[in-house]
Design a protein around this ligand. Structure first.
Ligand SMILES: [Zn+2]
Length: 211
């Protein structure tokens, strides 16, 4: 699954995983897991750098992803990797070496002005960690968490300067990947501005119809 921050990639990945009964492997979640389980491991050290917005060597990221993917024989939804063309090349080499392949690269297209609006209205629960996508006019009205009733707050990452930085990083590193997957014929670009249910239906059609 590919898409800029705020495109709904995480939500849609989870829905696809549930619908097709396959694991949802979000690299963000994998890294957080590694950190919690064994903070001294090499994976956790790399994860810490990445979650703090730093960059680690692409081969380290590839090792982390490979160590997880090796555990699965079934299809998986991979969310958050590869992020750079170099990672994509390493991934391709790894896939060939283990006799696996990418069925489809789904890209959720959402224009920048809408991403900025969505990310600006995103609040995180202090209690359960739920991420609430509010309407911009409701974002600072003190609405409680819909899951547990605790306060919602704005993560540093969802402040305007951080949002611009995240989108710029995405443009620079990840956007060139699209060109690569257009070339290989694996890319399905989907209009991510539709309502979530409509986006999901479109993704399902894409995944169940051969290219
Ligand atoms: Zn909550």
């Amino acid at each position: 699954m590919m898409g800029p921050p705020g495109s709904g990639k995480g939500t849609q990945s989870a829905r696809i995983a549930e619908h097709f009964c396959v694991p949802h492997l979000s690299t963000g979640a994998l890294f957080r897991d590694a950190l919690e389980k064994d903070p001294e491991s090499a994976v956790a050290k790399a994860a810490e750098v990445i979650t703090n917005g730093g960059l680690v060597d692409d081969s380290v990221v590839m090792d982390v992803v490979a160590s997880v993917l090796e555990r699965y024989e079934c299809n998986v939804v991979l969310d958050g990797f590869p992020r750079t063309t170099h990672q994509a090349d390493l991934f391709e080499q790894w896939l060939v070496s283990v006799g696996k392949h990418i069925d489809r690269v789904v890209f959720l297209h959402v224009p920048n002005d809408e991403l900025i609006e969505r990310l600006g209205a995103r609040r995180t629960c202090r209690g359960c960690g739920y991420i609430a996508s509010l309407r911009l006019e409701d974002a600072d009205t003190g609405i409680p968490c819909p899951r547990c009733g605790e306060d919602l707050y704005r993560r540093e990452d969802d402040r305007p300067t951080a949002i611009s930085r995240r989108l710029a990083i995405y443009e620079t590193l990840t956007a060139p990947l699209l060109a690569k997957y257009v070339e290989t014929g694996q890319l399905s670009s989907i209009d991510g501005t539709q309502a979530p249910d409509a986006v999901f239906r479109t993704i399902c059609e894409t995944l169940t119809n051969p290219i």
